[in-house]
Design a protein around this ligand. Structure first.
Ligand SMILES: [Zn+2]
Length: 69
């Protein structure tokens, strides 16, 4: 919870835990949108918070957004 993420630890996490690639080279906060490349080749943007906590780790084609209510 209190882990302090850096662009390096994020890249490591993404490489180890997902098929997605991190394209961004700077991390400025949980709500900042980072650039990713999905395993299918699409690029997409996702805040780290959603990527990590909501497991939104693919593009919208591979992982369509869920309706939440
Ligand atoms: Zn995809």
């Amino acid at each position: 919870m209190s882990k302090k993420w850096t662009i390096h630890s994020i890249r490591e996490y993404v490489e180890k835990n997902t098929d997605t690639k991190l394209l961004s080279t700077e991390f400025q906060g949980f709500s900042q949108k980072l650039d990713f490349e999905c395993a299918c080749g699409n690029t997409f943007q996702k805040p780290w918070k959603k990527f990590k906590e909501n497991k939104q780790q693919k593009c919208e084609v591979c992982q369509p957004p869920k309706e939440s209510r």
